[in-house]
Design a protein around this ligand. Sequence first.
Ligand SMILES: [Zn+2]
Length: 130
Amino acid sequence: MELTRKERECLVIISGLDSPFPSRLIDVARKANIKPPTAYNLVKRLSRKGLIEERKGAIIVTARGKEEYSEIIRAHRCIETLLSRAGLDKDYACKEAQKIDYMLSEKDVKYLLKFLGNPKNCPHGRPIVV
Ligand SMILES: [Zn+2]
């Protein structure tokens, strides 16, 4: 799915707000360090793309959104692994990976993972789930 960088960040933040309570706009704005109206616009855009739903002020990630999120995370950890194997620091690799992880196709990620020998974890030790 075509996402902008801001939409990608917003989806990752909403998906990562792992609390027993549903996320609210103010939590998203705070976590993303953006103003509530900006968060509101991003939430509306993600909602139009079917990735999240708003129910009585609560923001819920849809099944499609969860799928998109896991694709981004898989691509992210794949690129991190590639960059860190090339000799770059793992935290720098993480920052760089954020710039492109949401743009890679599933097919490209699959090829890259194969090329890397199907790594089980990223350089931070987090799982790469295929
Ligand atoms: Zn990592």
